[in-house]
Design a protein around this ligand. Structure first.
Ligand code: HEM
Length: 399
């Protein structure tokens, strides 16, 4: 933590555009980085991310996992899972994970494929399209709708709201007060579902009995179910949408074109290619924690009450873990990945997001075997401090 010219924060647009050279320096020169302008500690090495994220003795999610939320001190609604610590986290996670059973996720595959095809067929044969408009803005929300049973006509307004919550002015921060978990948008859906029970997963969740941390057996309240819906929509929309954006961007680059051609020749490479893109361009760059107890890293004390950012975007490029970490290699054997976090908050939607990415890539190679180029004159990186990706990503199809 000596005074150097080394500077990183997630708010400066010029850094956000390409943070990887700075991560490399952080890993080498400042394994414990303190930013005094915004008062946070950051950890860029794989080993430190791996040590910190699961350490619930020193690091808490109860104030949120985003810098702006942690600093604002706003209270998180009970039952939010992602913004909770054990024991309540574990009780709520067990309940929410019913939505993500492997069989349930697998059953969505044909429906998702059908929807992706419906999005891509109209642009097939044209000159090009905006990946964000055709895929990112549409597919993940539709999938969450399938997952929890939200009727189609409500889905776009839910998505618009969750994206608006993450948006910042260029170089700015999230308005934590205005962006709190937005439960109101789901009210009419849940009330409709209570009045119209069926065999869907949400009806089951409304009826389930569980043992609370005080030992009482009870059912979930309407409020708790609303929080679950909002958390899933908040966590699963923009993230997965941006994975689709990065698929478009990475395979639209000349130097990756040969690897795209390999996927065209053998679409069963799609899952590995998506895994590699998740490593290379993780949509969530850093996962935040509130420090509840003094803790030592590399001989330095991280004091109780401070904010820690674990840079998963850097962990995936750690040269001690991955050879040639800055290069795309769709054949890379990735046995561990921190893009979905690590420990007891590990992403519940990870396999769903992977499946969505794979389906999108499979449907792209099927329709566009010659590939595409990014139209850089129209491309625009979204302005956020959390989910890194594209607001506009027009591509020109190769003929
Ligand atoms: C590429 C897409 C995605 C990425 C990169 C991603 C990333 C993450 C990360 C890093 C965490 C851990 C946060 C922490 O440790 O504080 C997390 C948690 C979570 N994610 Fe995802 N996510 C993705 C897609 C999804 C999807 C599709 C859903 C649901 C439809 C989802 C639902 C959740 C939930 C409910 C949690 C909280 C788990 C807990 O706290 O126990 N995510 N995600």
């Amino acid at each position: 933590m000596t005074a150097t010219d080394l500077y990183w924060d997630p708010f400066r647009h010029d850094i956000w555009v390409d943070p990887y050279p700075i991560y490399k320096r952080l890993r080498a020169e400042a394994p414990v980085y303190y930013n005094d302008e915004h008062d946070f500690y950051a950890f860029a090495r794989w080993d430190d991310v791996d040590r910190g994220l699961p350490d619930i003795e020193h690091f808490s999610n109860a104030r949120g996992n985003i810098y702006e939320f942690i600093k604002s001190g706003i209270e998180m609604p009970p039952g939010s899972v992602i913004f909770e610590d054990p024991p309540s986290h574990d009780i709520h996670r067990r309940l929410v994970s019913r939505l993500f059973s492997p069989g349930g996720i697998r059953a969505l595959e044909p429906k998702i494929r059908d929807y992706v095809a419906r999005q891509l067929d109209p642009v097939h044969g044209g000159d090009g399209f905006d990946v964000i408009d055709i895929l990112s803005d549409k597919v993940p929300m539709r999938v969450i709708g399938m997952l929890v049973g939200i009727p189609e006509q409500m889905q776009q307004s839910v998505r618009d709201r969750t994206v608006a919550n993450l948006k910042t002015e260029e170089g700015g921060k999230i308005d934590a007060e205005a962006s709190q978990i937005a439960t109101d948008i789901f009210e009419s859906y849940i009330d409709w579902r209570i009045a119209n029970p069926s065999d869907d997963i949400m009806t089951k969740l409304l009826g389930v009995e569980f043992e609370d941390h005080d030992g009482t057996t009870r059912k979930l309240t309407r409020e708790e179910i609303l929080v679950y819906c909002a958390v899933i929509a908040g966590a699963g929309n923009e993230t997965t949408g941006q994975l689709m954006g990065w698929i478009g961007k990475i395979f639209g680059e000349e130097n990756n074109h040969a690897q795209y051609q390999e996927v065209v020749a053998d679409p069963s490479l799609s899952a590995k290619a998506v895994e590699e893109i998740l490593r290379l361009e993780p949509v969530g760059q850093a996962v935040g924690r509130y420090v509840t107890k003094d803790v030592e890293f590399h001989g330095q004390t991280i004091p109780e009450g401070s904010t820690a950012l674990f840079i998963v975007g850097s962990a995936g490029r750690d040269e001690s873990k991955f050879a040639n970490p800055d290069d795309l290699d769709i054949h890379r054997d990735i046995t561990a990945q921190r893009t979905f976090g690590y420990g007891l908050h590990y992403c519940l939607g990870a396999n769903l997001a992977r499946m969505e990415g794979r389906i999108v890539l499979e449907e792209l190679v099927k329709r566009f075997p010659k590939g595409w180029d990014v139209d850089w004159s129209g491309a625009k990186l979204a302005s956020t401090s959390t989910v890194r990706g594209w607001e506009k990503l027009p591509i020109v199809l190769r003929k």
